[in-house]
Design a protein around this ligand. Sequence first.
Ligand code: NA7
Length: 533
Amino acid sequence: MSNETDVIVIGAGFAGLYAVHRAASAGLSVTALEAAPDVGGTWYWNRYPGARCDVESVDYSYSFDDALQGSWTWSERFAAQPEILAYLGHVADRFELRRHYRFGVDVVAAAFTQADGRWQVRTATGETFTAQFLLCATGCLSALNRPNIPGVDDFAGEVYFTAAWPREDPELRGKRVGLIGTGSSGIQVAPILAGQAEQLVVFQRSANYTIPMPNRPWSPTEQVQIQEEYPERRRASAYASAGTPHGTYHKNAVDADPQERLDALWKRWREGGVLFAKTFPDQSSNLAANDIAREFAEERIRDIVTDPVVAADLIPDDHPIGTKRICTDAGYYATFNRDNVRLVNLRREPIEAITADAVRTTEASYPCDVLVFATGFDAMTGALNRIDPTGPRGERLHDIWADGPVTFLGLMVPGLPNLFTISGPGAPSVLANMVLHAEVQVDWVMDLVLTARRRGVREIEPRRDAAQSWTAAVATAAAKTLFPKAASSWYLGANIEGKKRVFMPYTGGFGTYRRHCDDVAREDYAGLVLTTR
Ligand code: NA7
């Protein structure tokens, strides 16, 4: 394998694997680098018990190849991590993608040299790779957040992170487990920890809304039907607002009568999953509409949790429903009805320190044998900033993004030619079906790369004004929604100390975003400067 290729792809998740496939199929030479020992991306690392995708399996899978689609049968409505990882392994086998990869390779730096018009990428072991084009498919949720709690290193018991879970599940029988973090990961793992451990203490800094997931196996009849209906399902998703065939109720919540609203909310609640956050078209943009859905969900929490004080603590008080990532769970609220589970509200009693054998709050000391951190990620920009690419004029990503991400279509950065940020900030990414989103972005990038090579283009860079205008469009779209009201959301970078608070995903919708990408390509890449040799 040569260290000098046409393209370097960083990452072996959904986006990276497809990028490698597209580049290699087009006859380009590819170096692919991945920190993990195998393919999977975020699904390689997040192997904690209960890890499951909140988008239905039939949608959360590649659409680019009918034969691939026909070759895989999902066993459940919402796929669990092992099945998603097996699927990505199947894709890698089918298209022989592993032969392009170097696994266990940590990329620590990247610099573009104008003299040869190439990116040079350096790894933690000092090895270098060069290519004309650098595709960072480094993931939105891959840079783990290690909380800076006083005494955290003094803990003498076992410590696990949901986002770096060991391959062998730890034995928790007879142990006192402390769980720190109640986002999607904490909420998914809690019921399982409660079932295994002698005692579980859940330390909650911010409560989140979670919708029970009525997961079930697909019957053999449904599996046949899924295959038959796939073409229509994919057509309906291609330009849909979230990249899935699901829409919203046909009326705004504020225009529907009370019974109608209740029926619509019950229907979505029973269907389960993230769709509850989009029951009504006005739910993410009108506080009165949001209140209707929020109050319904809060009633359900009070229905399930028997202790009213615990129920009150589990109800968020700092954001409209759905403006922080809504969670999906398998019995989270009911977990707090168990005798061996205790909720500690850190808003009332903040953690003072972690000691050798306990978590000490301002009110009490909670002895623990095991600590599980489900403390999230430096989302969307973390993995890119850790590489901190440097452009030909010495500009570094870190500085270019000092006041928040500046991008062209969430895919390119002014000052960093020939670099592409797949699933980067400024695109719908985490607000849409990430798999179809990856396909759209990779197709757009590869079409551009192939056009550039046909024309003898050496450098592609977005014009600064074009990037500023896209970035302004991202901010304008967010301002029309309630999303920026969620003060502690990772969409805003608010979960990371010192991170600039800027709403990062594009809220205009997947379909609208895709049309923008189509238009730019149709207008011969208006907004980009293509420099020939
Ligand atoms: P999240 O959603 O970022 O959740 C992290 C949780 O950890 C959240 O409850 C945080 O509270 C909590 N946290 C973080 N640092 C601390 C400290 N220092 N002390 C106490 N609690 C802390 O990450 P997930 O992995 O659950 O989910 C990420 C996404 O993956 C999810 O949205 C899905 O899209 C899939 P906070 O809210 O910051 O107060």
